[in-house]
Design a protein. Structure first.
Length: 468
């Protein structure tokens, strides 16, 4: 009803006022042309929607922008000068747009998934705000992907985005489900991975800036604490929807409706517009350094990734290598829209991945884990075997399916067996499996479906294999 709706106009105005409070002490005169503020701008494909919606249910206080919004200066000045600007967004299925649907109205176009998601809506505002600029918003979100899985494949993901000006990280929702119950009890492990991801982004792309979005999901408290303290440590520009009073009710679950996506996009647009008005007269700033790490460098170094992989098998990228089918019914297809993988349903199904190693041999397997009808993966390297569990462990009540990454390496420090801070983190690595693998060598890796007893359905799904 009308009495239960707060308008977007009021919402964005409040956000802008909070931004001004956050920027107090800045007395610089603004000689720049103000940008259009939501909802008063050309929404393009999204004009068919009723933009007078608001926060339904209990009163909701808009999020307070935190962090140093001057970090947006390089991107906004490029766009204002008519140049090209590129924004790359990382996240999970929520960010990708799963569950976001707006039916066609009055001959308009039905919007769903990626065309309905908040990154597409943000791109529309940027094009309306900077009509002479060439705006690119690349939504790289993938269903079932956590920060840790993104971290392990970061070098590959950023390979084609060296020209990015800004990276937006929206991984809170999946991080809330990607960790086992015993791991979720401590936010240390989660914040370590989140920090490693942020620092690796800047290592690979030194001139890129980072914007943090903290989702308003109702069960994300422990993970919110882990991510927000890292964002605060680096003073990254952040929008925190989780802290909004009443937001979990409005959010409505893992895959929120289109209204949430519209609120996210318009809120980002509102605070970016205010940032421009407040800071543009200072001129474009260079990329600001991250500075000292939150966690010790030795702990961050204990996390493994391949910034420059030597062997690359990615189910969703046809330009990468393809494994040899050694038996059974492994084949590449999408069991769910937009989620390709090498999938097998029969016992005895095997694939062979030819791996090339560098100076410090290591490799990773990313595969599906779930709560029902999922089998184990048996990986074989030379004479060694290792079992990757497909089913969540006993006592784990998660009713979700997510991708998990397992690293194997033959060198370095293994924090998975450290007990002083991290506990036992099975996800990170295993040394014994690669015993005897020499640097700069080539070895065949066999991956097979290993059936689980007393289970009605058997299935495995491999997403990618990397080595370096």
């Amino acid at each position: 009803s009308a009495g239960r709706v707060r308008s977007t106009i009021k919402h964005v105005a409040t956000v802008r006022n909070k931004f001004k409070d956050n920027e107090k002490g800045n007395t610089a005169k603004d000689s720049c042309t103000p940008l259009p503020v939501p909802p008063d701008y050309d929404h393009g494909l999204f004009t068919q929607q009723n933009l007078s919606f608001g926060f339904v249910g209990a009163p909701v206080a808009p999020p307070s922008p935190t962090g140093n919004y001057c970090r947006l200066s390089p991107l906004l000045h490029k766009l204002a000068s008519g140049g090209g600007g590129k924004v790359v967004v990382f996240g999970g299925s929520m960010t990708h747009g799963s569950g976001c649907v707006v039916s066609a109205v009055g001959g308009g176009k039905t919007l769903m998934d990626g065309t309905c998601a908040w990154p597409a809506r943000l791109g529309q505002w940027l094009r309306a705000a900077f009509p002479t600029a060439e705006v690119t918003v690349q939504n790289m979100a993938q269903g079932g992907i956590s920060t840790y899985v993104l971290f392990t494949q970061l070098g590959l993901l950023l390979e084609s985005h060296g020209d990015a000006d800004l990276i937006i990280i929206d991984t809170l929702t999946n991080d809330a489900w990607a960790w086992a119950p015993e791991e979720r009890r401590s936010s240390n492990r989660i914040s370590l991975v989140y920090e490693a991801f942020i620092r690796s982004v800047r290592d690979i792309l030194p001139s890129v800036e980072i914007f943090v979005l903290l989702a308003g999901c109702g069960s994300c408290g422990q993970q919110w604490s882990a991510q927000s303290k890292i964002a605060r440590h680096y003073d990254l520009p952040t929008l925190d929807f989780y802290s909004m009073k009443g937001m979990p009710r409005f959010w409505g679950g893992v895959h929120p409706p289109w209204q949430v996506h519209s609120v996210i996009a318009d809120t980002i647009a509102g605070v970016w517009a205010q940032s421009w008005e407040t800071n543009c007269s200072k001129g474009p700033l260079g990329p600001l350094p991250l500075g000292k790490s939150y966690w010790p460098a030795t702990d961050l170094a204990g996390l493994t990734t391949c910034k420059e992989p030597l062997s690359v098998y990615v189910a969703g990228n046809s330009s990468t290598a393809r494994p040899q089918i050694a038996g059974g019914d492994f084949r590449l297809y999408e069991d769910r829209a937009g989620k390709p993988g090498w999938i097998a349903l029969q016992s005895g199904s095997c694939m062979t991945f030819n791996l090339t190693f560098g100076k410090e041999p290591r490799f990773a397997v990313t595969y599906l884990r779930s709560y029902q009808n999922i089998s184990d993966l048996q990986v074989k390297l030379r004479k060694a075997t290792y079992m990757l569990r497909g089913h969540w462990p006993k006592g784990d009540a998660r009713k979700v399916s997510l991708y998990s990454t397992k690293w194997f390496k033959s060198h370095g420090r293994d924090i998975s067996k450290s007990t002083h801070r991290w506990g036992r983190i099975d996800k990170y690595s295993d040394f014994g499996f690669m015993k005897g693998v020499k640097p700069n060598s080539e070895v065949a890796l066999d991956v097979c479906l290993y059936p689980v007893q007393d289970q009605t359905g058997q299935k495995v799904k491999v997403i990618q294999v990397l080595s370096c």
